[in-house]
Design a protein around this ligand. Structure first.
Ligand code: SAM
Length: 380
């Protein structure tokens, strides 16, 4: 599934490289059009590390106009842009059965930056995309990139903190990628302020439209996003993905609990090279993703009787293997003795976060259910 998004991303790469070089004043004509030179790679990796430190470690750059600094913007274009493009493509792809309608949808991209989510929408068929963004430099880049690839996306200036009205229109899709964590980030009341803003935004969603909200998987931003999810549920909205459970998120109960999505794909070579040069340890793309809307629908969460795997495989001291899973009634564990011999053990041992499973003939255990030789387990 992600492979087709990756090939679209590879087609964008020469344009991303060219924009990076022109914004850094580098002699484009003398450089290879489809890859970074060794020197460029080292510079980009250095800026990516700095930007990553500012965005994720000490979070100094959150809410700052880092998009207006050429070096950081370059790091964004060549590293965070491709990652956001893959993440948003994955989220849009989850609309599954509705993808045939994507062409007729009109979409809003909040905090669009240089446009990865807008271009992902356009690549998957959405023809009417409006991006709203605070940084003028990012707007210029988004417009330039869209023009170069022939995507008729429109970008406008908008500052979410200024309490100005959103465009007087309704949208079938609203996407917000790595945006909410930048709003009121230093305020203790940030969750309430974000929920108030999000509620205003949701008034612009058509009654059967979708909100695709994604944020980093860091524990702090993950938990803040789970709280946004809960805030929307309290205001009458539904989670279409990933939750079957429509109550307060159980992952918020343990102090450091988290719930995020993982994309399992082979990253393109140029991204792997930056990751290596920046000395990051990144195997899969982890992020916090929710698809929400006004009312129950079928089509996204197709397997409503199943449970979603929401952890990786864990082993207890006694050698019992278990995962957290979350279904219509909330979160619990499914476990099996490590040496259990059963046909389904191969499936059990290879479950991945966000897989959906069904099971029968299980035994009740203290914090969940246990598999026995008589049990049935299926990945749906
Ligand atoms: C981390 S970037 C994400 C960009 C893009 N959505 C993506 O997924 O890569 C966050 C974006 O939100 C923008 N932003 C931050 N605060 C904003 C605000 N108050 N109003 C509008 N945009 C804002 C930033 O300028 C930046 O472009």
């Amino acid at each position: 599934m992600p492979e087709k998004f990756l090939s679209k991303l590879l087609k964008l790469l020469p344009e991303l490289l060219s924009l990076y070089r022109s914004s850094m004043g580098l002699p484009e004509k003398k450089l290879p059009p489809d890859r970074l030179t060794k020197n460029e790679l080292l510079n980009v990796a250095r800026w990516v590390r700095q930007l990553s430190g500012g965005l994720t470690e000490n979070r100094e750059l959150i809410g700052e106009v880092y998009m207006n600094e050429d070096e950081w913007l370059s790091a964004y274009l060549l590293y965070y842009f491709p990652i956001s493009f893959i993440q948003s493509s994955h989220g849009i792809g989850l609309l599954g059965n509705f993808s045939s309608r994507l062409e007729k949808m009109n979409a809003l991209d909040l905090g669009s930056g240089p446009g990865p989510c807008s271009l992902a929408l356009w690549n998957q068929g959405v023809r009417n995309v409006l991006g709203l963004e605070k940084s003028r430099k990012a707007i210029w880049l988004a417009e330039e990139l869209a023009r170069r690839v022939g995507a008729p996306c429109v970008f406008q200036h908008h500052d979410a903190l200024k309490n100005r009205p959103l465009p007087d229109r309704r949208f079938d899709l609203i996407i917000a990628g790595h945006f909410f964590n930048e709003l009121w980030s230093k305020s203790e009341t940030r969750i309430r302020l974000r929920i108030e803003y999000l509620n205003k935004v949701m008034k612009h969603l058509n009654k059967d439209g979708y909100l695709i909200l994604f944020e980093p998987a860091l524990t702090s931003t993950n938990r803040d996003t789970l709280r946004l999810r809960d805030g929307l549920l309290e205001n009458g909205y539904t989670v279409h993905y990933p939750c079957f459970f429509q109550g307060g998120c159980p992952a918020l109960e343990p102090e450091n609990g988290a719930c995020y999505t993982e994309i399992y794909c082979q990253l393109p070579g140029f991204l792997k090279a930056i990751i290596r040069a920046a000395r990051f340890r990144k195997e899969n793309l982890k992020y916090t993703l929710f698809i929400m809307g006004r009312r129950e629908k079928t089509g996204i969460n197709t397997f409503k009787d199943g449970c979603r795997v929401v952890s990786s495989l864990m082993e207890s001291k006694s050698g019992r293997l278990r995962y957290y899973i979350c279904g219509r009634d909330g979160r619990f564990t499914i476990s099996a003795p490590g040496d259990l011999e059963a046909d389904y053990m191969k499936t059990f041992l290879t479950l991945k976060r966000m897989d959906v499973i069904s099971f029968r003939s299980v035994e009740k255990r203290k914090n969940g259910i246990g598999l026995t030789p008589e049990s049935k387990l299926e990945r749906l």
